[in-house]
Design a binder for this molecule. Sequence first.
Ligand code: ASP
Ligand code: CP
Length: 341
Amino acid sequence: MDFVGSHILSVDQFERGDIDRLFDVADGLAPFAQRERITRVLQGAILSNMFFEPSTRTRVSFGSAFNLLGGDVRETTEVKASALAKGESLHDTARVLSGYSDVIVMRHPEEGSVAEFATASRVPVINAGDGANEHPSQALLDLYTVRRELAARGQGIDGLRIAVVGDLRYGRAVHSLLKLLALFDQVSVHLVSPPGLEAPEDVIAVLEDGGHAVKVYHDLGEGIHHVDILYVTRTQEERFTSPEEADRYRGLFRVNQAIYTENCEPNTVIMHPLPRDSRAQAQELDDDLNANPNLAIFRQTDNGVVVRMALFAMVLDVVDQVNDHARSVTWYTAKRTPPPN
Ligand code: ASP
Ligand code: CP
């Protein structure tokens, strides 16, 4: 695909070569994300960062990524703080905001809402999560993390064995990640969820049509055997029609050090898109894993910045100009790599 000027709405847009190009750009931007170098290549550009659902890392890392490239960020959080609360349509909101911005990032609770918004936008729109549908930039940073973690073990993504655990029905990060994995060769996927929270059939079909091995499990221990990556997800309680329904699933699949030691290979990498639900009744990824060097969750969040910088650089067509606008950092900078667990 041609990234320049494009909306980024779904991972369906990407071919494998696009991913390779994006990751090469991300690698090149690492010194800027790590505060070794500073660039002002997007000086004067404005990002509208529109989050109509809760977010910590996607919102802040998109904003930081834009700032690190020299651009300015305007934010709206929550529907009630925007004119959507007065009945304004996504169409009109998009017409207005695209007059104020060079690029828009948007998260919204309804499936398809970001795509609808993009049809009326005059500037590129990036989907930061639309309901239970997709979360493409999360999948890109997840895949970038998988690539880096496996490279450190001398492996590539082809032939990957991965277990994806938790709410696979409503987990939009999982939907996007599984579809991205289908672009690679001979991936083996364990889909591990409580009955009722299985991955959507259309997502499984993308993997199966690509010739990948997909197995469905309802038992946590069985499902996480013999994998390179253990990817845990949260019960998406905000998607259930009643709180009681979410209560039925919460805490059913808890990964902790004992379960890991008993079932996983010694160097299985643990990932999670975060937030992990650490409340007593959930404990889906226990704190006792914090000392496990294979816990990659905060390396994963760090990677979100550089991957989102790469998206902006490619969509706004400044990849070749980044270094022309660069200099060394002169303030005190804490050592950022490797990040602690
Ligand atoms: N933060 C991710 C999302 O917004 C995953 C989650 O919330 O569980 O999709
Ligand atoms: N992974 C993720 O999307 O996190 P936030 O919901 O905090 O943005």
